[in-house]
Design a protein around this ligand. Structure first.
Ligand SMILES: CC(=O)N[C@H]1[C@@H](OP(=O)(O)OP(=O)(O)OC[C@H]2O[C@@H](n3ccc(=O)[nH]c3=O)[C@H](O)[C@@H]2O)O[C@H](CO)[C@@H](O)[C@@H]1O
Ligand SMILES: C=C(OP(=O)(O)O)C(=O)O
Length: 420
């Protein structure tokens, strides 16, 4: 198993390229199930979750190909020959549940493993299933699988989501593009990844009006066609490297980064003492003075993202004063706390909130994390720590961050991957 060795204490200077969003690219690949024609996606990140999604789609009979040798442009298309999403893939990657709506819409049936919980929480899918039932699907849960059928096709409906779930919005949006009549999704998620999916579906011939304020209206069409679409920039990767500059100090341009998608994150960075500006197509991040603690609560977009919570916990560990981090999206997303504390952080968790009392410095240690963002929070701590940090279980990072060691060493960090 690969490890990272990190030696802290170096400020960061230069440019870091920001890739396409994992949380958008995965859904856009799934959208390819909605047409037999080729959908070509550019700016796709080269990460393990994308490789897993390719295997899942190929299992459905879809042809997934690299369009060039960059590995960042992928085409999907073809006929669905198998409507089962098996346990071994769904349990590895939760975004697999997103095939349910498109399979039902196009093949009129689907058998998808229930994803179950994961390291950050129970993560139920009841809203996905209720929404699909409202569109006329018959759903039975059996032996850990969702068996869904819509023998006469899906029919448009008005669906009010009790919570602005990103996954449920995406599943229902894709299913509704081929339903008979009009679907209205009320209290829909407003994340930039939703707008990206809407833009791709519209390019494929879907009729969608998204008011950007939580209401999406879809008029079903008979068929969708091929399209070209560039994946939106990864706001979480961008925010993560902004935290790297914030914790290590320095001055870095995050090429492709968009402050417009990171409003809540930028506000917290500025309050903490970090300078952030948009300069052309780059987000510039600078810190020369001290860091200050801030109180933060995770919320659906445009609130502060849960996917940035762990990274900010590392940052606040070395900020002056106390910070409070409240996690409202997932019930078990503080798994990084004991590891940060092993590096000298002073963090106490009380239910959904954590109090972080800033310390003057952290010290390197062998650490490991149980999920993607938690793993990066330990790299961030390592960048600020004295001595060497050894991060184990790098496979969590490889799921969602491309070329971490290259991007960080390119701006002066000392980080090395040890394979084996
Ligand atoms: C609102 C939010 O921040 N969503 C995040 C969530 O998306 P993801 O799509 O995974 O999760 P949802 O947005 O659906 O879920 C948010 C909350 O709703 C609950 N829920 C969801 C679906 C359902 O059918 N029933 C139910 O109870 C979940 O348990 C969770 O507490 O994780 C992704 C990966 O970290 C992030 O990129 C998304 O930004
Ligand atoms: C938790 C994440 O992803 P997933 O929903 O794939 O677990 C994430 O992107 O931070």
């Amino acid at each position: 198993m690969d490890k990272f060795l990190i030696r802290g204490g170096r400020p960061l200077h230069g440019d870091i390229p920001i890739g396409g969003a994992k949380n958008s690219a995965l859904k856009l690949l799934v959208a390819g199930l909605l047409t037999s024609e080729r959908v070509v996606l550019s700016n796709v990140p080269r990460i393990d979750d994308i490789a897993t999604m390719r295997v899942l789609l190929q299992g459905h009979g879809i042809v997934v190909e690299d369009v060039d040798d960059t590995g960042h442009t992928i085409s999907v298309g073809g006929d669905i020959t198998n409507t089962e999403a098996p346990y071994d893939i769904v349990s590895k990657m939760r975004a697999s549940i997103l095939v349910l709506g498109p399979l039902l819409a196009r093949a009129r049936e689907a058998r998808v493993s229930l994803p179950g919980g994961c390291a950050i929480g129970t993560r139920p899918v009841d809203m996905h299933l209720k929404g699909l039932e409202a569109l006329g699907a018959e759903i039975r849960l059996e032996a850990g699988y969702i068996n869904a059928a819509a023998p006469r096709g899906l029919v448009g409906a008005r669906i009010v989501l009790p919570f602005a779930s990103v996954g449920a919005t995406e599943n229902l949006l894709m299913a509704a593009t081929l339903a008979d009549g009009r679907t209205e999704i009320v209290n829909a998620a407003r994340e930039p990844e939703i707008a990206d999916l809407v833009a791709c579906l519209v390019a494929m011939g879907a009729r969608i009006v998204d008011d950007g304020a939580g209401t999406i209206v879809i008029d079903g069409v008979e068929r969708l066609h091929g399209a070209h679409h560039a994946v939106v920039s990864d706001r979480i990767e961008c925010g993560t490297y902004a935290c790297a500059v914030a914790i290590a100090g320095g001055d870095v341009r995050l090429i492709g980064g968009q402050t417009a998608h990171l409003g809540a994150v930028v506000r917290v960075l500025e309050e903490a003492g970090v300078e952030v500006s948009q300069e052309g197509n780059a987000m510039r991040v600078r810190r020369s003075g001290g860091l200050h603690g801030v109180d933060v609560m995770t919320e659906p977009y445009p609130g502060f993202p849960t996917d940035m919570q762990a990274q900010f916990m590392a940052l606040f560990s070395v900020a002056e004063g106390a910070s409070m981090m409240t996690e409202t999206i997932f019930e078990n997303r503080f798994m990084h706390v004991p590891e940060l504390n092993r590096m000298g952080a002073r963090i106490n968790v009380h239910g959904a909130s954590a109090i972080i009392r800033g310390v003057p410095s952290l010290s390197g240690a062998p650490v490991m994390a149980t999920d993607l963002r938690a793993s990066f929070s330990l790299i961030l701590a390592g960048l600020a720590a004295s001595g060497e940090t050894v991060l184990n279980r790098v496979y969590h990072l490889d799921r969602g961050y491309e070329a971490v060691e290259r991007k960080l060493s390119g701006v002066g960090a000392v980080i090395e991957r040890v394979t084996g």
